[in-house]
Design a binder for this molecule. Structure first.
Ligand SMILES: Nc1ncnc2c1ncn2[C@@H]1O[C@H](COP(=O)(O)OP(=O)(O)OP(=O)(O)O)[C@@H](O)[C@H]1O
Ligand SMILES: O=P(O)(O)OC[C@H]1O[C@H](OP(=O)(O)OP(=O)(O)O)[C@H](O)[C@@H]1O
Ligand SMILES: [Mg+2]
Length: 285
């Protein structure tokens, strides 16, 4: 039986989360820091540990069938691959930044300036779309140092907390694009491998759904049941069970993590008591 080859980052910002995702999908992988290829003992998958920059090329060529990497690298490398799912981690922005004492008005500031970056394609396309002429200075890393050593007037790089910019005397002036980790795949997968990708995607969906939702249980006075149920859509609809104490019911349902606090406040206002909120291990719709 053929195995699906998945490329993940060997070490860096994506490595731990990529392995964690596979583990949450019930896929067992034994890792040792020096082994660059390993097979799962319970799922038809082989893991290749690579530099993230190389993953688009390997997936395009079919050396790896699928890969996990930042969408920023997918755009930058512009290889012929399919992006099949956003994975919700390694979220960051790609921004233009300039020395903090400079006066910034708008994009025309960059006309004729030199900008240092490790992402020349994304940046080049952005300035071209905005009809601004800049000189792009491509460097491999430590981009934030460029203005202070006279290599460039500005930089274009990944920003998350903003602390690297701050500690290097820079300020963010434009966000060009937002990125997160994605799953990419080769465009011509054999049917058998596509079936394994589909099994993996099904599991990823269950893992993502569970992390975005909470299971809640609460006691509600029967005279407010209608109002409370209206607040709680659930997967189909909430489960309502009578309590031993007359006039009260127990309600069980699933709610979205991001609406959670708003809903809890409204439930309390309708007289709900004994509200329990539980993590969901896996969720299959
Ligand atoms: N500060 C950050 N916060 C969140 N995500 C980030 C941050 N920095 C980078 N990323 C995301 O993680 C990816 C990998 O970042 P990392 O710094 O590990 O890359 P790298 O140094 O190019 O690694 P490699 O050695 O594999 O080439 C980036 O392409 C981006 O998608
Ligand atoms: O806004 P912040 O939270 O400070 O994060 C931004 C920094 O993180 C990334 O570098 P990383 O630390 O991964 O090092 P690298 O340049 O060696 O890849 C990125 O290239 C920025 O320099
Ligand atoms: Mg890299």
């Amino acid at each position: 039986m053929s195995k699906l080859k998945i490329a993940i980052q060997k070490s860096g910002r994506l490595s731990e989360k990529s392995l964690e995702l596979l583990k949450d999908c019930g896929i067992k992988i034994s890792t040792s820091s020096r082994k660059l290829r390993t097979e799962s003992s319970n799922f038809p998958i082989e893991v290749l540990f690579l530099r993230d920059d190389d993953i688009p090329q390997y997936v395009e060529q079919g050396v790896a069938d699928i890969g996990i990497l930042g969408e920023n690298e997918v755009w930058e490398k512009a290889k012929d691959v399919n992006t099949i799912r956003q994975l919700g981690f390694a979220g960051c922005k790609m921004c233009l930044a300039i020395p903090k004492d400079e006066v910034y008005t708008d994009l025309s500031y960059f006309e004729g300036k030199k900008v240092a970056t490790s992402y020349p394609r994304i940046l080049g396309n952005f300035f071209q779309d905005n009809n601004i002429n800049v000189k792009i200075e491509e460097i491999g890393g430590s981009v934030e140092i460029a203005p202070s050593i006279g290599l460039a007037n500005a930089i274009f790089d990944i920003v998350s907390t903003g602390s690297t910019l701050l500690t290097n005397g820079l300020k963010q002036v434009e966000t060009v694009v937002e990125s997160q980790a994605v799953l990419i795949s080769n465009k011509n997968l054999e049917t058998e491998k596509q079936a394994i990708v589909d099994r993996l995607l099904f599991r990823i969906e269950a893992v993502k759904q569970s992390s975005e939702n909470k299971y809640i249980l609460l006691n509600a006075p029967n005279e407010k049941l209608e109002e409370i149920i209206a607040l709680l859509p659930g997967m189909k609809s909430p489960t309502v069970l009578p309590l031993a104490q007359e006039g009260w019911s127990s309600i069980h349902t699933v709610i979205k993590e991001d609406t959670f606090w708003d809903i809890i406040e409204q439930l309390k206002a309708f007289g709900a008591e004994g509200i329990l909120v539980l993590e969901i291990e896996k969720m299959i719709l």
